[in-house]
Design a protein around this ligand. Structure first.
Ligand code: GLC
Length: 514
C-alpha cells in the first residue's frame, strides 16, 4: 500500500466555502472565516478539510467553472490568506485538500479566450474543437458559433465549461488529437504545475472533480489509467504525503488508475442510494428515501448495498480506500426524512466502515436540505444543500453580519445550531465528536482495519477486527449475541448485558470484544 500513512485515521470535513463563515460581512463565506473556525474543526476531531473550489471564477457553476487556476477568488480572500489558512491548519494537525477541476475551465479563462481566437496560437489545442463550425462533433455536447474560430468546442458539463484537451485514446477524426500530442502533454504538465503551486503554499492534496472525464474515446479506460498513474507518480515524487481523491464513484476503476480514495456517491453505482435515498422503481433524482436502508420503516435491503460495496472493497483493499460521505454539495442532505436518532445510527455506520469518512459541513448538527430555493450559481436542485452554516442563534445564525446573504439561512424554528448542540451532551454534534474519537482511538476501526459481515438485515452486524458494530435503523427491538463482549464504546438505545447486546428500538452499538 503506497497511500499516505495519515489517511489511516483520517476523518475529513467537507467545506463549501461560500456558506461556512463570513468575516467581512459581504454575505459570502471566506478563507479567513475557515481559519477562524479551525479550532472548532480540530475540537470535533477532523484531521483534514476539503474545500470546494476557491479559484477565481464567474461562478456559473459555483466555482467549478475556473477562470484562473492560480488565483483565489477575491470574494474568498487572497492567495496569501490561503497560505495562512494552511499554516494555521498545520499547527492543529489538520491537512488541507483543494478541489482540482481537471476536466474543464470557465469560458472566462484566458486559455479559453485565446483558444477561441481564429488565429492559431499556443492555446488553440488546449480545448477540444472541431475543424468547422458546421461540424458539431462526435456525439458529445459541442457548442457552435461561440467566436470567430471556425469550429465547435466540446463542453464537459454546462455550456460554460469547455473540456480541456488531454487527447483521445482512439482518434477517428482529423480534429481529434492523440493523448501523446505535444499540446495534450502540455496540458498534463500544466495540471502538475497547478498542483505544485498550491502544495507549495501548503495544500496537502486534491479532490479531483470528474476525474474519469479527461480522456475521450477510451472504452476500456486504458487512457485514463495511463494519465492518472503518470500524474500520480510525478506528483508523489515531489509531495510524498500528498493525497489524490477521485470524484469517480466507481472505486475499482479510480483506485486502479492510481487514486488513493474514491467516493461512493449518488451516481456510478447504486450503493449510496440504497443506503440513503432509494425507492426501487422510482426516479432517484427525486431523492425518495422510502426504501433506503437507513430508515425507521425498515423496508431497505442492506444486501443490495453489500453486493456492490464488497465487489469494490475486495478489489481495492490494500491499494486504496472507498469513501462513503455523509453528503456533499451535489445532493440533498442526508437529514431529509430522518430524525436525529436516525442520523446517529447512519453516522455510526459511516464512521465505523473501512476507508476514509467524509462529513459535509452542517451534517454534524443535522442541517436540513432547504426545499424550493431558487437556483444559485448553477446549483439548481443542489442549492438547498448549500445554505449557510448555522453557528448560533445570533443574526443569520452566526454565519454573517451582512444583510444580504449568498443563500438564506434555514429559517425554521427548530433549525439546529452548533452552539446549542455543543451545550447538549445528547446532541448529534456530541455524538459525532465521540464517534470520531472512538474511531481514531481504535486501530481496528480505522481505514485499514478488516471488515467482515456477520449478518445482513435489520440489524446489520459486522466485525472490524476485534470490534463488533451493530446498526439497527428499523424501529424494532433486537438482541444480538456478542461473544467475549467487553465494553460498549458508543451506542444509541443500546445496552450490553453479559454477552448480549440489547437494542431497544432503532439504535446502534459499537462493542469491543475481549
Ligand atoms: C462535479 C462537482 C459539481 C460540478 C461538476 C462540474 O460533479 O461536484 O458540483 O457541477 O463536477 O464541474
Amino acid at each position: 500500500m503506497n497511500n499516505p500513512k495519515w489517511l489511516n485515521d483520517a476523518v475529513i470535513y467537507n467545506i463549501y466555502p461560500q456558506s461556512f463563515y463570513d468575516t467581512n460581512g459581504d454575505g459570502i463565506g471566506d478563507l479567513k472565516g475557515i481559519c477562524e473556525k479551525l479550532d472548532y474543526i480540530q475540537e470535533m476531531g477532523f484531521t483534514a478539510i476539503w474545500l470546494n473550489p476557491i479559484y477565481e471564477s464567474p461562478f456559473k457553476d459555483a466555482g467549478y467553472d475556473v477562470a484562473d487556476f492560480y488565483k483565489v477568488a477575491p470574494r474568498y480572500g487572497t492567495n496569501e490568506d490561503f497560505r495562512i489558512l494552511c499554516e494555521e491548519a498545520k499547527k492543529r494537525d489538520i491537512k488541507v485538500i483543494m478541489d482540482l477541476v481537471a476536466g474543464h475551465t470557465s469560458t472566462e479563462c484566458e486559455w479559453f479566450k485565446k483558444s477561441a481566437l481564429p488565429q492559431k496560437n499556443e492555446y488553440s489545442n488546449r480545448y477540444i474543437w472541431t475543424d468547422s463550425v458546421w461540424n458539431t462533433g462526435d456525439g458529445r455536447k459541442f457548442i457552435s458559433g461561440w467566436s470567430d474560430r471556425d469550429g465547435c468546442y466540446m463542453t464537459n458539463f454546462f455550456y460554460c465549461q469547455p473540456a480541456l484537451n488531454y487527447g483521445y485514446k482512439q482518434v477517428t477524426a482529423p480534429w481529434q488529437l492523440p493523448m501523446d500530442h505535444p499540446d495534450c502533454m502540455a496540458m498534463r504538465q500544466e495540471l502538475l504545475n497547478i498542483m505544485d503551486y498550491w502544495c507549495d503554499l501548503g495544500a496537502n492534496g486534491f479532490r479531483v472533480d470528474m476525474a474519469s472525464s479527461l480522456v475521450k474515446e477510451d472504452p476500456d479506460g486504458e487512457g485514463i489509467r495511463e494519465i492518472w498513474s503518470d500524474l500520480k507518480t510525478r506528483f508523489r515524487a515531489k509531495h510524498p504525503d500528498g493525497v489524490l481523491i477521485a470524484e469517480w464513484s466507481f472505486p475499482k476503476d479510480a483506485i486502479a488508475a492510481g487514486f488513493d480514495i474514491d467516493f461512493m456517491i449518488h451516481f456510478g453505482t447504486k450503493a449510496y442510494t440504497t443506503l440513503f435515498r432509494y425507492e426501487k422503481g422510482t426516479n432517484q433524482s427525486e431523492a425518495w428515501i422510502g426504501n433506503s436502508y437507513f430508515r425507521a420503516e425498515g423496508k431497505g435491503d442492506i444486501q443490495e448495498f453489500l453486493d456492490i460495496y464488497l465487489e469494490h472493497y475486495n478489489e481495492v483493499k490494500g491499494k486504496g480506500y472507498i469513501a462513503i460521505p455523509t453528503g456533499n454539495h451535489d445532493m440533498q442532505r442526508v437529514s431529509m426524512g430522518r430524525d436525529m436518532t436516525d442520523l446517529k445510527i447512519a453516522y455510526t455506520f459511516l464512521l465505523t466502515m473501512p476507508g476514509v469518512p467524509f462529513v459535509y459541513y452542517g451534517d454534524e448538527i443535522g442541517m436540513q436540505y432547504i426545499k424550493g430555493l431558487p437556483s444559485k450559481e448553477g446549483g439548481f436542485n443542489r442549492t438547498g444543500a448549500r445554505t449557510p452554516m448555522q453557528w448560533n442563534q445570533g443574526k443569520n445564525k452566526g454565519f454573517s453580519t451582512g444583510d444580504e446573504l449568498y443563500l438564506p439561512v434555514d429559517a425554521s424554528a427548530d433549525a439546529p445550531t452548533v452552539a446549542e448542540q455543543e451545550a447538549d451532551p445528547n446532541s448529534l454534534l456530541n455524538y459525532v465528536k465521540k464517534l470520531i474519537e472512538v474511531r481514531k482511538a481504535t486501530p481496528d476501526l480505522c481505514a485499514d482495519g478488516e471488515f467482515e459481515v456477520v449478518s445482513a438485515g435489520y440489524p446489520f452486524v459486522y466485525r472490524r477486527g476485534n470490534v463488533l458494530v451493530i446498526v439497527n435503523p428499523k424501529d424494532e427491538a433486537v438482541k444480538v449475541p456478542a461473544a467475549n463482549a467487553k465494553e460498549c464504546l458508543i451506542g444509541v438505545n443500546a445496552g450490553l448485558c453479559g454477552e448480549t447486546v440489547t437494542i431497544s428500538g432503532k439504535g446502534a452499538a459499537v462493542i469491543i470484544l475481549g
